[in-house]
Design a protein around this ligand. Sequence first.
Ligand SMILES: Nc1ncnc2c1ncn2[C@@H]1O[C@H](COP(=O)(O)OP(=O)(O)OP(=O)(O)O)[C@@H](O)[C@H]1O
Length: 242
Amino acid sequence: MSQLQVNDLHVDFGGLKAVDGLNFSVGEGEILCLLGPNGAGKSTTLDLICGKTQPTGGSIRFEGTEISQLLEFRRARLGIGRKFQVPSVYKELTVAENLSVARSRRPGMLHALTRFALSDGRAAVPILERIGLEAKANEVAGNLSHGETQWLEIAMLIAQDSRLILMDEPTAGMTVEETGRTAEIFRSLSESHTLIVVEHDMSFVRTVADRIVVMNRGTLLAEGSIEEIETNEDVKSAYLGH
Ligand SMILES: Nc1ncnc2c1ncn2[C@@H]1O[C@H](COP(=O)(O)OP(=O)(O)OP(=O)(O)O)[C@@H](O)[C@H]1O
């Protein structure tokens, strides 16, 4: 059964149909890359899934629950995490402290830090090992490189128990080495997490994607493997048309 099912999804911004009858699904542990020309509705689709934007019609089911009318924080509690292009890490806190803040879903940073000191200290280690930041646990987040900051944000989503992680251009601004490391992290994460990734870097997509969904004008244009997408005539003309 699919972990996420999007059916006939719509959103209308003052007459502009940014998402217009979109259908697709994602299986547990799958890495789905969302492609499409500028303005196709990819970021808006992530906004609709995480609850940043409310749809004007259609259904989104996550692990069998209809979530399309739930507020963003409720969807986060159910296990949907969104990584934005501008990282939301606390630059003055250490890497481990950032994980502690993410782990505590209750508001209030002081509460989170106290909890970390008392009980959560060791919980951060396996997450940091997975993401390759274990040597940086006590480093202040403001000192991390661009790539490390992005990985910390992914670690924070794992720490807050996100099972479905949505990412918008995660490799933007990364060096070739950081992009390669990010691909390794994604492949390892997919053993336990589902990822939906909007990404323009086709060599990265080729490395990580289990399946690709191509959007155009708010709707699904094509879906399949990288080979199927690259030879699809509708996809070629949609990109050329822009
Ligand atoms: N909050 C909003 N209010 C009004 N229009 C919006 C809003 N968000 C997005 N749009 C419009 O909806 C359309 C789809 O935008 P979206 O950002 O989802 O496209 P995209 O496929 O992610 O494009 P890109 O690859 O350029 O980021 C665009 O025409 C955009 O201008």
